[in-house]
Design a protein. Structure first.
Length: 253
């Protein structure tokens, strides 16, 4: 029976028949360890905002896990409880008695979580994390979802862009890459990523600093061969973090 299903699937591909597309709403949000620009705790408000957005999968940057500065709170666990979502966390490095890193929230089950290390050329810390996971969508469809926080120096960012493509570029699943990439549109590292991925924001809406942003450094990118259309891209104005959240409703195959 399985061989028959595989044969039918292969015939559909060979004859150029489009398989059913999937609609997903995705968010990328640098939450600044759950604090606003004045370092006031906004984690509960961020959780409420994410829940109200009805996003399906969220990539989060600058997340604390049991750190002194954020009162020992496991921020991903707390956000999962506030939103009713599945969650995953990977660390950049140990920090203040806990860890500082990246997270994913998902309405759907999370599988195969990976902490892909990314090179830093001009830092005492040798590397940081790009979180990656397989998300199991309805009807047993799957996507690879990743979130990155690129370096401040352009030489490191170019290396990180190549590392991201080398890691994600040949994945068997549709790929969604989100993150605070610390690079504006048109820079070499963004152009390199866009040779493999399509951005969801043709208007290049500003995302940093919040609430009155003056540059775009936060992105949602989708593997070119899998993106059918961008239904909506928005950057809501909020002062819960020092970045604005980026939200895109996409159709992928």
């Amino acid at each position: 029976m399985h061989s028959v299903k595989y044969l039918l699937f292969s015939i559909l591909l060979l004859n150029g028949v489009d398989l059913p597309a999937q609609n997903i709403t995705v968010m990328s949000y640098n939450i600044h360890h759950g604090a606003d620009q004045d370092e006031k705790d906004q984690l509960a408000a961020i959780g409420a905002f994410i829940k109200a957005s009805r996003a399906d999968i969220i990539g989060l940057q600058e997340v604390d896990s049991i750190c002194t500065r954020t009162s020992g709170v496991d921020q991903m666990k707390e956000l999962a409880q506030l939103t009713g979502m599945y969650y995953a966390f990977v660390r950049h490095y140990a920090y203040q008695g806990g860890a500082y890193g990246m997270g994913i929230l998902s309405r759907y089950p999370i599988e195969e979580v990976d902490n892909k290390r990314m090179s830093l050329l001009k830092s005492k810390t040798p590397s940081t994390a790009m979180i990656s996971a397989v998300i199991r969508l309805p009807k047993n469809k799957k996507v690879r979802f990743a979130s990155a926080h690129f370096a401040l120096d352009d030489s490191s960012r170019m290396v990180q862009a190549r590392e991201a493509v080398n890691y994600l570029g040949t994945d068997r699943y549709p790929v969604i890459l989100t993150g605070d990439l610390n690079a504006t549109p048109g820079t070499p590292e963004i152009q390199y990523l866009e040779s493999y991925f399509t951005g969801t924001d043709p208007k290049q809406i500003m995302t940093y600093p919040a609430p009155v942003a003056t540059k775009k450094i936060d992105y949602i990118l989708v593997s070119k061969k899998n993106l059918v259309s961008v239904k909506q891209h928005q950057v809501p104005i909020t002062d819960l973090s020092d970045h604005l959240p980026v939200i895109a409703a996409i159709e992928i195959k």
